[in-house]
Each structure stands twice: as structure tokens, then as C-alpha cells.
Design a protein around this ligand. Sequence first.
Ligand code: GLN
Ligand code: ZN
Length: 769
Amino acid sequence: MTAKPAAAAARATVYGYPRQGRNRELKKAIEGYWKGRVSADALRQTAADLRRATWQQLAEAGVHEVPTGDFSYYDHVLDTSVMVGALPERHRDAVRADALDGYFAMARGTQDVAPLEITKWFDTNYHYLVPELGPDTVFTADSAKQVAEFKEALALGHIPRPVLVGPVTYLLLAKAAPGVAADFEPLTLLDRLLPVYAEVLADLRAAGAEWVQLDEPALVQDRTPAELSATARAYRDLGGHTDRPKLLVASYFGRLGEALPVLAKAPVDGLALDFTETGAGNLDDLAAAGGLPGKRLVAGVVNGRNIWINDYEKSLATLGTLLGLAGQVDVSASCSLLHVPLDAKAERDIDPQIARGLAFAKQKTAEIVVLARGLTAGTDAITAELAANRADLAARASAAITRDPAVRARTAAITDADGRRSHPYAERTAAQRAHLRLPLLPTTTIGSFPQTSELRTARADLRTGRIDEAGYEERIKDEIREVLSFQEKAGIDVLVHGEPERNDMVQYFAEQLTGYLATQHGWVQSYGTRYVRPPVLAGDVSRPEPMTVRWTAYAQSLTDRPVKGMLTGPVTMLAWSFVRDDQPLGETARQVALALRDEVNDLEANGTSVIQVDEPALRETLPPRAADHAGYLEWATESFRLATAGVRPDTQIHTHMCYAEFGDIVQAIDDLDADVISLEAARSHMQVARELAAHGYPREAGPGVYDIHSPRIPSTEEAAALLRKGLEAIPAERLWVNPDCGLKTRGWPETRASLENLVAAARGIRAEL
Ligand code: GLN
Ligand code: ZN
């Protein structure tokens, strides 16, 4: 393969960068601010320092335009709501009183005012705050943050390119504000929103911006003709202003499909497209649309979602093809680097053969720069890099961890019967009722209890050798005893051990399964100041020993009430990890499922009658295009059944999922063949209960009545009101009472009060039935 030198120099750029800083300085500063330990000025200074360090690092690496405005104290979609003045009525006074505190109130809520709803950013593990709009929404431009960050970078000598959530995506991500009819379509506000965007763009132009990037990832999903024509209208309008900067419309996370010709024809100056596996088809579509003559194409050839090194030869081949299709071809990652950790070189404990194959944000930036150089100057200019890349790819492929013949033999021998429980649901539910003897509206929690600083200290002490295994075990057991005794006193029906031994619901298992690698510093933002450290699925998966049995059995030994065993399901074990890209996801899922099946069976054998297998990632992993749903859901539901179908009929299998919109996967949820499901519902006022009912979902369900993403304590009346709403959709015999999700991020005082209120609400309603 050879790439001819490009006519115009190809330039390297990125759409966004991890925000937290090398030592998670931003998280610490923001949480310090919330606790009153850090002043607003100190927080702003930390943020400015981090932005400066990021830009400088990008520029030094050889990035041409640096992104600005992608930085956020909490979430860039919330920042967009601020930018267009779409603040919920209930927060306006707080924002007026103090912009920063008001901002955090919208994100987290206060004791009196509910926050915005939180949901997944496309199929990533990043969460955004859902804009609340209605027919009365009045947009007003507030370009202050964008302009300030642009000027900040400019003053530091960079070429900044402000990055904004595009108007179409912004509206498509929004939902009807409370009190507005649920079928209200935010996209109907487009004509009102466009002048506000035009004003922000003009302000950025006036500040000196040559290019502005408008992110439209919503266009890689299936869009209706009306939505496509709204897109055309939006960019005809924004492109038509004379006082505007050049517009780069960025798409990512997939194939643009029918939106591609729409954007290609729009009077904008450039497009950014995903040319990795997820964007397969973009290249052909672009050629079919006649390319982008005279315009700028930013080619996302470096995968911004995984942590593996790029295959330079493959990328250069793609880039070479693209040269003929646009006036200017620049190189980037497939999406913002927000979704990968900062620096793979910080990892010291990973097998060197695999470590050579790792690329985090910093390495991906370097790859982008090398590829831009190769595209500009020809492959001769990067011979050394190409040779090193080939060697690194080969090292990873031949690493011992990647293939375990025993695992492969086992997945090859899977039969249909392995994925089917011995009895149908209707018979199982009767057996479980007789066995468990639970009251109507049984109360339970989702698994974790507050992860106190004592617990984190205990884990750190174990790591550093200040306490030994036995000492650690004692501390965990103390905690389990406390959690159990609280739950018994509070009157909860199905208890949990509280997951005190778990650092994270995926990492904990990954550390015990072969095939997974842990990182030391691989933090990525989940929401706000919450960061997770996804493990790396690098090889074939198996379970050498039981993982949870001793803790669950210990908890069960302390009580006569049923203690629920807690596992993380196969889809989530994949979704919240960095997955291998050298075999189909379904194959990896089957490997994980069989490992979990061993654990489920061992739990049952050790006296556990209720086992919850969490699959919060089932919905978020759904591919963006409907045409790909069936293929995904087939392996996803199969792997759940493989993990859970080996138990007796009177053993009750629960599953749990977070995040509000389930309407399109109720059939898949049913196909899991679980006995009980708990779902997030408090912020969306039990919407999921109605969705389940609308689809005739026949099983037991616990739509959450306590929003655990906020420190707010729901009152008994509030929980009872939600339960009554739940009862309108789900009959009492099938309704469970539980929080939205695990309590690990909460403090004990609010957890205690909230769960007591929740039990009181359940008892109150039971008495009415
Ligand atoms: N069992 C887990 C917990 O309670 C579930 C967490 C989740 O769904 N995100 O923490
Ligand atoms: Zn959850």
C-alpha cells in the first residue's frame, strides 16, 4: 500500500478530550466545591489550568486545531441548555442567584428541586442531562462559556475550534418538560432555536473563530423524512448567515446513511465522518453522494471508543481513498476522546505484549498526527512508525491471553437447552411464591449500599499491605452485618449483602475472570464527577473460582429473610469494558455467560434462592440503526439466558436495568426469561411501568421509586404516589418496591431515611389493597 502525497497538507485534529486531568483534579475540585472546601474561584482556576494543559499537550503532539467548549463542569448537553437559555422553570431562580450553584442544582437537584433527568449519551457509558422543552420554551443565546474558552485558547497561542452540540441533535435528545404532553416533539422548536445558534456562531466569529464544529451524532440513528428535512433546513439556515464562521458538521458513532447526502448538499464548509468499523458504509455513501468537492472532510479513522492501537496501513488505505473525495482531508478520531482514558503509558502492570497494543487519548492523538503526516508526505515519511505499528499489532495478536482452547471448546458445545430454564415462567412463579413467601409489593434494593470512605480505605490498605486478607475480610464482614441489620430493622423483604467488597460492578468480576485486564489509571467519565475504570477484555474468558459465593452465603447465614445474590450480566460485562476487536462481540458474550453460569449455579448450591443478574447496559448497547437491532438482541438475550437458565424453578432470577427509555426493547427484556426486573423510573414518573404494561409484559417488575442519582430524600408520600402510579400499570401481585439503582454513590443518612420512607410507602399501600 502506498498513499500519494495529498494536495493540501492533511491536518490532525480531535473533537474533544478527557476533562478530568491526570490525577482527576477536576473531580476533586468540583466535589470539594460541593462540600464547601473549595472556593468558586479555586474551582475555576483548576478548570482553566486543566484546559490549558490539554491544549498545550495537543498542540505539542502536533494537533492543528484544538477543540474548545468541550470542557464541562458536569455535562456538555447541560452546557448547551445554558447556551440556548433552555433552563427548567424550577431552576431559574437558583441560576439567577448564582450561575454556578444553579448549574449544579440542575445537574444534581437540591432537597427541594428535582434535577434534570439523566440518560446515556448514545451507546456510550457517558450520561447527559436531558433538556426539558415545551411549546412555551423561549430560547435566548448565552455564548459566554463558548466565547470565553475560545478566547482563553486563542490567548495561549492556539488555533481553537469551538465544539457545540448541533441544534438538531440537541432537540432530538430533549424531552417534554414536566407538565407538557409527553408526545410533544422538541424538534418542532427548531425554527425558534436556529436564530439562537446563529447568534452564538456570530459571537464566536466576532471573537475570531475561523471554524466552529457542530456535533450531530443523532443523525447516525434512523431518522424520519421529517427529521431529515429539518436537518436540511437547519443547515441551510445556519449556512446562510454572512457573519458566521466556517461550519464543520460532525457525525460520529456510526454511519450517516440517508443524512449524508443531506449534509453534503448543505451550505456548510466541512463534514466529519466516522470511518472506523462503526461507520462502515460511510465511505461508499460519500462516494455515491459525489464526495465533498471543495469542502473539508475530517476523517475519523482512529477509533475513539476502544483502547486498541490503530492499524496504520488500513487507515492510510481509507485516507488514500478519501483524498479524491474532498477538497481537504484532515485526520481525527471517530469521536471525541472523552470516552477513553488519558494515557496508556501510565499503565505499568499490564503484560507488555498486550500493553504495546494499547492506545488511550494521548496515544490516539499521536496516531492521528502520524496518519496526517503519512497522508500529507506519503508513507516514506513514516516508515519507522509503520514498522513499529506492524510489530505492536503482531505482539498483541500472539499474546498468550488471547486464546484458551478449553474456553473455545465449551462455547462450541453450547446447545439450545443450555439457554432454556427447565420450567416456563408461569410454573416457576408459583414455585417461587411457595418457596419465598413474600408479601404483596415486596421491598428490596438493587444491591449496593453506600461505599463509605472506611471501605475505600480498607481496600487501599489491603493494596498497600497495611492490612492482610484476613483483616480486610473482617472489615467487609462488619459492613455486611451492619447492612443486614439495617435492612432487617427497616423491614425490607428481600435483603442484599450490600456489595461492600466491590470497587465497581464490572471491575470486581473482571478482576476474578481470566481474559480481563485491569488498568491502574484508566478512568473515564460516566456522569458529572463520577468516573469509572473499565477493565480491558483482552482474551478468552473463564472463571477459575467462585467469585461472590462466600459473601452472599455469609450474609444469608445472618438472617432468615432471603438474601439476593448479585452478579453483573454478560452484556454489561462487555459494554462497560473495553472489548477486544478481534472476534465478534457475541462470541465474547457467550464466554462471559458460561463463566457467570458457573457462579449462578454455585450460588444456588450454597443456599441462595434469589439471584439478580444486572444488565443495565442492555438498552444502551442497542446499535443506532434498527436494521442492526435483531442481530444484537439475539446474542444479548441468549447470553443472559445461558448465564441464568441452569437454576431450579423455585430459584428466582432477577435482573436490573437503569435509564428510562425501554419501549423499544420490552420484547427483548421478556426474552431474557428472568422472573423479576427492577428498572429506573423515579425521574421519569414511572414511564417504564406504562411501557411494560403497554407491551403486555407478563412478569414481575419493580419500577424505581427512589431516584438514587441525587442526594434528595423522597418522602413517604412521594414514594407512595409513585407506587400508585405504578399500580395503574402493573397489578399488585406483580409489583415490587425498590430504588432506581444501587446505593453505592449515596451517603448513609439519606439512604437510611429514603429506604425507611420506601418501606413505609409500601406498607401504607399494602394496607389499602
Ligand atoms: N447491583 C448493582 C448495584 O446496586 C447495580 C448497579 C447498576 O445497575 N448500575 O450497585
Ligand atoms: Zn442501575
